[in-house]
Design a protein around this ligand. Structure first.
Ligand SMILES: *Cc1c(COP(=O)(O)O)cnc(C)c1O
Length: 433
């Protein structure tokens, strides 16, 4: 592997950061543990590109892990945020801007009637789970292996030994009693789901799923499986939560619910909803949302929730997302990009496939149709490590783990995507040499 590009400033800043932050970072996957070299310290983003402290420029497919569907430093978002911040950052009161964003979102989403803004995806999910428990009066949660729902205690859980048993935590600091409130099932397995429900339905408050699982590879589910969840939840009096923190506003303004045309009971949002500022939300029918305080008995609050600056960013973003054909163009652009890389890999007989949906894609070092977490071979991550390193050298930035998906933004031009495709193909030659 060559080392043409200099990243000495990033390296020095990372050394310094280790004095202040555990592992030198404020969110673990940023530490580049699964790939080589120090993490990049980015000082600026513009359109499809990010620029690091050493002045290297990269075409960015991480896009801040998803929020930046309009690319970096979007002019309309920047202008509206600047205008809004001139009046102060937060008042701890309702604001007109909060109403406006709420209205814009609800009027353009057939699946929700009321919503509550929070400040992160984790907070949205945590609140949605509490709401589901409050509404049903039941305690247990079903989640799926390979779905991530933020760092909520009861959801940092994997399957225990033996299938369909209660979960064990994947983090220190979580009481086993919390983990035991969660049942973890494999994706795309309706039989096991039915068997579990037949046994435990009376205790289960909700089933939570990423309808487009995109945190552990891209594990696209059959619509029939999502529909099966829907019907079982009706049958057993369980609430269905679609965690749309990635898929919401990404595969369409109505997210995966709209894409698959399935009505969940509660939806959670994050990432794109804040236009690059810290915003999350959960949403449901007016009837379900009436359980939230001060209307109802389920308590949930937030000091900086719906602050005007964050609302301004979300509003300026949402307006642009509602432009005619926005999502069709994003999907078409992404499909062409993916196809060009796939065609090259096919021609060379490289073991690569690139599942994609909307503007989300994932580079899998396998030809299998992967729909569940246990189908991903850990060994394939060594190949990703080489790919990632080569791409940093040539000026393309992917999220620093082979389990992460990539995002195309509206700011990625055809020329950017052609350039990136050529560089990815060249990097594949190194991976498979
Ligand atoms: C990112 C993510 C979360 C957590 O959101 P944060 O804003 O990082 O707390 C939850 N669920 C899904 C599906 C996510 O992708």
């Amino acid at each position: 592997m060559t080392n043409r590009i200099i990243r000495s400033k990033s390296a020095a800043l990372f050394d310094e950061a280790k004095q202040y932050f555990p592992g030198g970072v404020n969110s673990p996957v940023r530490a580049f543990k699964s790939v080589s070299g120090p993490p990049l310290f980015i000082k600026k983003g513009e359109g499809s590109r990010i620029i690091d402290e050493d002045d290297n420029s990269y075409i960015d497919f991480c896009c801040s892990w998803g929020p930046l569907i309009l690319g970096h430093n979007n002019a309309k978002i920047r202008e509206f945020v600047t205008e809004t911040v001139a009046n102060g950052t937060s008042f701890g009161t309702p604001t007109k801007l909060g109403n406006e964003l709420g209205k814009l979102i609800i009027e353009n989403n057939r699946f929700i009637e009321k919503m509550r803004f929070v400040s992160s995806g984790t907070e949205a999910v945590m609140s949605a789970i509490r709401l589901a428990r409050g509404v049903t009066g039941k305690n247990k949660v079903i989640k799926f292996e390979g779905c991530y729902h933020g760092h909520v205690d009861s959801l940092l859980v994997k399957a225990g030994s033996g299938l369909a048993t209660f979960g064990v935590s994947t983090s220190a600091g979580i009481p086993p009693s919390f983990a035991s409130e969660t049942i973890v099932l494999p994706l795309n397995n309706p039989e096991l789901l039915e068997a579990t429900l037949a046994q435990h339905a009376d205790d289960i408050a909700c089933i939570i799923i990423e309808p487009i699982p995109a945190n552990n590879g891209l594990l696209l589910q059959d619509r029939s499986f999502l529909m099966c969840l829907r019907m079982k939840c009706y049958k057993y009096g369980i609430l269905l939560i679609f965690d749309e923190v990635i898929s919401g506003f990404r595969v369409g303004f109505e997210g995966a619910a709209g894409h698959y045309d399935i009505q969940p009971d509660i939806m959670t949002y994050g990432k794109i909803i804040g236009g690059g500022m810290p915003v999350g939300a959960y949403a449901a029918s007016a009837e379900i949302m009436a359980h939230i305080a001060p209307e109802g008995a389920v308590y949930q609050a937030g000091t900086l929730s719906a602050n005007p600056v964050a609302m301004a960013a979300g509003y300026a973003a949402s307006q642009q997302l509602l432009a005619a054909n926005f999502y069709e163009q994003m999907a078409e652009k992404t499909t062409n990009f993916v196809k060009s890389i796939q065609a090259y890999c096919d021609e060379k007989s490289y073991e690569v496939s690139i599942p994609h949906i909307g503007s989300i894609f994932w580079v899998a070092f396998s030809r299998k149709h992967i729909q569940a977490a246990d189908q991903i071979e850990a060994a394939s991550m060594e190949k990703f490590k080489v790919l990632h390193h080569e791409l940093l050298q040539s000026g393309v930035y992917l999220g620093p783990s082979g389990y992460e998906v990539g995002f195309v933004s509206a700011a990625h031009s055809e020329a950017d995507l052609e350039e990136a495709s050529a560089k990815i193909c060249a990097a594949m030659d190194v991976v498979f040499e």
